[in-house]
Design a protein around this ligand. Structure first.
Ligand SMILES: Cc1ncc(COP(=O)(O)O)c(C=O)c1O
Length: 412
């Protein structure tokens, strides 16, 4: 423990998680850690609610579960509980809401994003653009592959109105957009921005109302520690939602699904965006992670994340740049989420050397030269970062990464 760990107001939150031995985990930006108590909750639900109570559990426990989680999520993001729905994947939610916005005819008929966005977002926008508008989505290209040129983006919002989709924190470099300013510009030109919060929720102090956000979505398996494939969330401003239709008219979006009517009658709240049966076990797994995050508070989480990423940024600059490493995340903490990306031509072999070190260090690798160091303020210690920099320096100095193969695993 360093002095900084002793002074860390969030230090105690680390005790709410399961920690594999001799491992420094810097991949919470991809898959968060297992909260203590999650396994027990799942066991209870599996054995008692599913095993014993069987179908009766729908009325007693399960039908209310997505709404309870939506309520918790509304506290985290400052939206209203009736503006949030939990379930499905981020990809499915993005498809639903983008198609619904296009179908509503309220926005200019152009879909736009930028080249920093996550691939699934690009694929989905392009598919809807081709199928519904007969043209490709516009992908704004900046001079840098890692940071948005905000003047260029603002210029586009003014000159090319449409339905935009941006990731609040970008997956490669951790670039953070000014949400309120861009939402206001969008509104002025009759546009709308769909915010993908996957890399931001749990580490950025997001206030959907204060930022005048109309649509947002994201996954819960990263900093919310909901577990592999945890359900996504979708937020749609109430007034806007009342004007939209779900393009996937599944029975759970029906006003009275258990009437089994042959006619579709949409629910009159965001529940109309429900599709099929809620994934109960995945929802149960999300409960603890979400509660821990709420208890810590997003202001404190963002504050710690800023201090930690700044410290790491400066250490990398000082000690690793002489060995061919470059820093690929924004220098300004106000433009940065909670992961720091570095680049090196041997990034993949360096990643393997980190995984083989003692203690084992787990970052993630993104083709073809990036290593992401994800800092999860709920459980990453300053001492973890100190050890990581020390080990990285040794690996680079003695070139021990040359002992590893160029062969890549499927998930890196
Ligand atoms: C920014 C972003 N959007 C979307 C996704 C995809 O989410 P899902 O697999 O839930 O569809 C990811 C996955 O990592 C992501 O990082």
């Amino acid at each position: 423990m360093t002095k900084k760990d002793l002074a860390d107001p969030l230090a105690a939150f680390r005790d709410y998680f399961y920690h594999p031995k001799d491992t420094i985990y810097l991949d919470g930006n991809s898959l968060g850690k297992l909260p203590l108590g999650t396994a027990e909750s799942l066991q209870e639900v599996v054995l008692k609610q599913w095993g014993q109570n069987l179908i009766a559990s729908w009325n007693k426990d399960w039908l209310a579960l997505p709404h309870e989680l939506a309520k918790q999520m509304s506290h985290l993001l400052n939206g209203l509980p009736e503006e949030i729905i939990i379930g499905e994947s981020t990809s499915v939610r993005l498809f639903q809401i983008t198609q619904a916005l296009v179908n509503s005819l309220q926005f200019p008929k152009t879909l736009l994003t930028d080249q920093l966005n996550f691939p699934t977002d690009l694929y989905i926008l392009d598919q809807i653009a081709m199928q519904s508008l007969g043209k490709k989505a516009v992908v704004i290209s900046y001079q840098s592959e890692l940071e948005a040129d905000l003047e260029q983006l603002k210029d586009s919002l003014g000159k090319t109105p449409g339905i935009y989709c941006l990731s609040l924190v970008t997956y490669k470099s951790g670039f953070l957009y000014p949400m309120l300013e861009l939402n206001r510009l969008a509104k002025e030109s009759g546009s709308i921005i769909i915010w993908d919060l996957s890399h931001a929720v749990g580490v950025v102090d997001i206030d959907l109302k204060a930022t005048e956000t109309r649509v947002a979505l994201g996954c819960t398996y990263k900093y919310l520690n909901g577990g592999p494939g945890a359900p996504a969330f979708l937020y749609v401003d109430k007034t806007l939602m009342s004007t939209l239709e779900n393009p996937i008219a599944g029975w759970f979006g029906h006003a009275k699904p258990f009437d089994f009517s042959l006619e579709y009658e949409a629910h009159n709240t965001i529940n109309k965006m429900a599709v099929g049966t809620p994934p109960i076990l995945s929802l149960v797994a999300l409960q603890k992670g979400l509660s821990i995050c709420l208890a810590a508070g997003t202001k404190a989480l963002q504050e710690k994340s800023r201090i930690q990423t700044q410290w790491l940024f400066e250490q990398i600059e000082l000690r690793l740049i002489p060995y061919g490493v470059t820093l690929e995340s924004p220098r300004d903490a106000n433009q940065r989420g909670a992961h720091i990306s570095i680049a090196h031509l041997e990034a993949w072999r360096i990643t393997q050397a980190l995984q083989a070190a003692s203690p084992q260090i787990i970052p993630d690798y993104r083709p073809d030269k990036y290593i992401r160091l994800g800092l999860a303020p709920l459980y990453t210690r300053y001492s973890d970062l100190q050890t990581t920099v020390d080990i990285l320096e040794d690996i680079l100095k003695d070139k021990s990464y040359l002992n590893f193969s160029h062969q890549k695993a499927t998930v890196t």
